[in-house]
Write a protein that binds this ligand. Sequence first.
Ligand code: ADP
Length: 672
Amino acid sequence: MINKLLIANRGEIACRVIKTATTLGIKTVAVYSDADKNAMHVNMADEAIYLGASPSKESYLKAELIIEKSKELGVDAIHPGYGFLSENAKFATLCAENNIIFVGPPASAIEAMGSKSAAKKIMEDAGVPLVPGYHGDNQDESTLKAAADEMGYPVLLKAAAGGGGKGMRQVWSGSEFTQALNAAKRESMASFGDDHMLVEKYLTRPRHVEIQVFCDELGNGVYLFERDCSVQRRHQKIIEEAPAPNMSQEIREKMGEAAIKAAKAINYVGAGTVEFLLDEDGSFYFMEMNTRLQVEHPVTEMITNEDLVQWQLTVAEGKALPKTQQELVLSGHAFEARIYAEDPDNEFLPCTGTLNLLRPPVQTEVVRVDTGVREGDEVSVYYDPMIAKLVVWGESREIALKRLIHALNNYYIEGLSTNISFLKRVASHDAFQNAELTTTFIDKHSDSLFTSENERFSQSILPVMTLLTILKRPSHLSESDNSSAPWQKSGPWRCNSHHRETIDLLVKNEVISVTVTYSNDELLQIFKMQIGQNEFTVEGVVNENQIRTIVNGHRTSHVFSAVNGEYTLFNKDTHISFSVVPPSLGEEQNSDSDAALEAPMNGTIVALLVEPNAPVEKGQPILVMEAMKMEHTITAPQDGAVESFFYQPGELVDGGATLLSYQPKSAGNKED
Ligand code: ADP
């Protein structure tokens, strides 16, 4: 019997596990780091234990400390969630040695699947189909390259210890091999402390379909159908669904049985996922088995009406699986969209910041939001930037998809960039609606999924933005306010002799000038605005977080947020953040070539790729840094040369720090 459960994790998954444990009457213990002192999972648990500083190595990965605290508190089981210690065989062993139930498979099963190459050998022996490739121990570059040359390009280099798409590189020709291998090895070493690689034939248009399996200690095993996770960026899932569209009952059963075979081959116990690549001709290949609960498990819960965390706890207590294969029924269709703090238009660069406004859609029986953060919380550099998982269910794929889009339209976040607009574009895309899913979906449709700089805001929203800044002026809101904001001194509401002014809006690094003419009558509040060649007549009111406007006779309403002079307007398709440029700063904001040489976020320098003063071409990679466990390459803004690097590999840099000084070619020539 489990009476007290420690959750060795944080964020949404810790909250998710606590929820089920609590409904089962199990006492819960959370763990936390400095950054998570006031986190949601800490508040939700009955008790919480401090582990250490914010970097996971100093807190969430401290296996011995977690065991020691568990013993002190009389904890009888540990749920590892996903990530962190969830696939750490040593930790599972440590639990067993200390008579604590590890809510997961036996250490031997984790070990067997821990290395993608070792796993492939086991699966090969068990007769599970594999993607052609090299998964041997010889790691000489020449051996790996010879394997790639032989199977023919494109190939995929994969970290044997990999996960989360890290340490993975596509190679399209022999000439790219060495550079790709070095990058994949570096990323793998940084993320997993190991740079063993395998080489696989790269399938160009596969689907990612995975099977949820569950086994108990009594030898029973079932599969809870499949999930399609083909829509990915950087080999990481973005929208998952269950069941996989257009999956025939025959392939479902074949794949389900292959997954059970894989699990049985390693005497599996608990929740596991067997991932396959499904090719266009219906053949499928084993990719890997994840020996834990997956991020996307809620879609399976929605279509089976089962609580998988409850299943995990039941199995961990040594009991039989709650249902047999025949008793499991697949009903309806479910989607999960992962809401991330990131900038899709900037190569999905993770973002950090404060969630100044966080308004998820209303939760119902069919709309579920799994999250570990609240309004006002920080998305820090230390952990995965996922904010929430939005999960919806419908009687059919069509109904579920409509609900997904509706829920995304009613999801408001401000304070940092998110992928919500991008998710809406994916979900509304014809190809997605028609279930034309492959893992290259995002690349294939990039023209319509990403917004060009010009499209990001339509002209018609500029007057609304301008009006918002006017209506939110302290001088406008309260005549008695005498704050020293620069614009106030010339504000028309203070001094009636000014009837015209220019407001410079800073939108995505671009300054847009709006000339505003005020009517003489303050009470009327009608404004004339000139933006480039376009003229607008604008009126409107602000009410709490909503601005209602009439622009050239067209009536609209937008939700907005305004915090410390930073504004965000939300509308159906997108949201847009902006601020007002104080008059003296107008010129500086426009140059973005220096910005390219700044650290995009806090991180560590990994490699300097060119020698100082050596000529480099525009776009050539010059420096690699790592942040949030991903590599970011800084490229030359134009032809020229690096004068000097300000940091060396291994050094930490703050986001925004200038990384190097750069001499553009033309400027250099002048001195000649
Ligand atoms: P990770 O453990 O890092 O998530 P996986 O092995 O699960 O790595 O692969 C992640 C994704 O990479 C897959 O979902 C698929 O999109 C893509 N992928 C992996 N192997 C291949 C392959 N051989 N050919 C084409 N795509 C692949």
